[in-house]
Design a protein around this ligand. Structure first.
Ligand code: CAA
Length: 246
């Protein structure tokens, strides 16, 4: 029987690559989506050529605690315990802090950090009871080093790391590993939407002088999800072309 993965924000740039890689590795993937609605998700499903036994779409607002609790409980009844959870959904609302309003702050904290509670809480106990599981949280190089214009985003992405180490301690005895993948600047719509001059100056600061390919991020997720990654927990795997070395 196929292992079951749940990927939030699955139709985004990195989410799509993770979903495709896990399908290649023979997982059945629950692909959650929110922005754009059901038709947009269906179009993505068809464009990628997924089959029903490979990917199931689930509309999920990761900022909504009650909706996550209800929909994930129902999902577990229908599909069984999730083996691999990838908390990938994320947004940016970049602004210098002087001009940052409360909405930009809360939107980012809700989507990028509070979502970890909302999505992981309904799954974690079942994973522990089953005696194994993988939780992989997609953070960012900017949660490690900070970034001009991203006080909200960097706060959320750094918070993911503290969360992951704590949950790793709680899940270890049950064989549930919790890790972080911290991508650098990756060739996705989120990054290419940046102003050309800003993106060019950032690319120049990357020792490898190029953006990451989404597949390079997905490969690290797949490794942490695999049997080969069984003894790694509470760790952050940086995939950033040398932009930040810890
Ligand atoms: N360090 C120091 N000063 C800087 C700076 C930096 N990195 N960047 C800009 N400044 C200076 C500018 O030179 C400018 O100075 P002057 O007023 O003296 O000319 C001043 O700060 C204002 O800068 P901007 O003109 O850029 O201000 P803005 O209000 O037009 O734009 C911003 C602000 C939208 C935050 C823009 O600076 C920006 O896009 N910055 C990059 C943010 C970023 O890296 N986002 C990543 C998005 S992708 C992602 O998040 C994925 C991931 O995980 C990596």
């Amino acid at each position: 029987m196929k292992k079951l993965a749940l990927v939030t924000g699955a139709k985004g740039g990195i989410g799509s690559a993770i979903t495709e890689k896990l399908v290649q590795d023979d997982y059945r993937v629950i692909a959650t989506h929110f922005t754009g609605g059901a038709q947009c998700a269906q179009d993505w499903f068809e464009e990628k050529g997924f089959k029903q036994d490979q990917v199931r779409l689930l509309e999920l607002d990761v900022t909504d605690t009650d909706q996550c609790a209800t929909r994930i409980a129902k999902l577990l009844e229908e599909e069984g315990t999730i083996d691999v959870l990838v908390n990938n959904a994320g947004i940016t609302r970049d602004s210098v802090f002087k001009k940052m309003d409360a909405e930009k702050w809360h939107d980012v904290i809700n989507t990028n950090l509070n979502s970890l509670f909302n999505v992981t809480q309904p799954l974690f106990a079942a994973m522990c009871e089953k005696g194994g599981g993988r939780i992989i949280n997609i953070s960012s190089v900017n949660g490690q080093k900070g970034q001009f214009g991203q006080a909200n985003y960097a706060a959320a992405k750094a918070g993911m790391m503290g969360f992951s180490k704590s949950l790793a301690a709680e899940g270890a005895r049950a064989g549930v590993t919790v890790n972080v993948v911290a991508p650098g600047y990756t060739a996705t719509p989120m990054v290419t939407a940046m102003r050309d001059d800003v993106l060019e100056s950032i690319t120049n600061q990357i020792p490898m002088k190029r953006l990451a390919k989404p597949e390079e991020i997905a490969a690290s997720v797949a490794y942490l999800a695999s049997e080969a990654g069984a003894y790694i927990t509470g760790e952050t795997l940086s995939v950033n072309g040398g932009l930040y070395m810890q």
